[in-house]
Design a protein around this ligand. Structure first.
Ligand code: GLN
Length: 191
């Protein structure tokens, strides 16, 4: 099993390090052709406008859509969740349109741009998960096919629709691999 991590900008090294720590074959993806032999893809946090420009410049858009259509799992964290959303508040143009969520960027405001909280995640109960939010977006609404797994301040912060998983926080910045573990099960067992 090979998991690709989109390595155009942002926190891709941290995802790769976490995957390798758990003996997963992780591959940095800089060109669409490199997706070919991967079984799952992570789109990291970073700066969503920059990543979106690079996605277009390197002709990733259609390739990532095809990737998802073929059933391969994709996990978007923070900026990655913005790129996967069907609707981004304040933007006429959206990016990948792969999950039925409506998302707003930098939604917690500057004062509280970053925070760490103990998050109750449905599939990790009874333990909590220490979640790190950095200039995080807020999922404003979601369609009926999206399954929510965790909430913070009445907003969903971890959710899934079919083969697409999104978190508005950064699970790769902790030492806790359990959310990656959930994604790896999606990749390995197609569950
Ligand atoms: N604020 C960033 C954006 O809108 C996302 C922040 C992050 O990925 N940590 O692109």
């Amino acid at each position: 099993m090979i998991v690709g991590v989109l390595a155009l900008q942002g926190a891709f090294r941290e995802h790769v390090a976490m995957l390798r720590q758990y003996n997963v074959n992780a591959k940095e993806i800089r060109l669409p052709s490199q997706l070919q032999d991967t079984d799952g893809l992570i789109i990291p946090g970073g700066e969503s406008t920059t990543i979106s420009k690079l996605i277009e410049e390197y002709c990733f858009t259609d390739r990532i859509k095809e990737y998802s259509l073929s059933g391969k799992p994709i996990f978007g964290t923070c900026a990655g969740s913005i790129l996967l959303a069907d609707k981004i508040e304040g933007r006429k143009q959206d990016f990948l349109n792969l999950i039925d969520i409506d998302i707003r960027r930098n939604a917690y405001g500057r004062q509280v741009a970053s925070r760490e909280i103990e998050l109750d995640v449905e599939f990790l109960r009874p333990d909590s998960f220490r979640a790190i939010f950095i200039r995080a977006p807020i999922i404003e609404s979601m369609g009926p096919d999206v399954i929510p797994f965790a909430w913070y301040n009445h907003s969903v912060v971890l959710a899934r629709q079919d083969n697409i998983l999104v978190s508005t926080f950064h699970p790769e910045l902790t030492r806790d691999e359990r959310i990656h573990g959930y994604f790896l099960n999606m990749v390995r067992y197609k569950v």
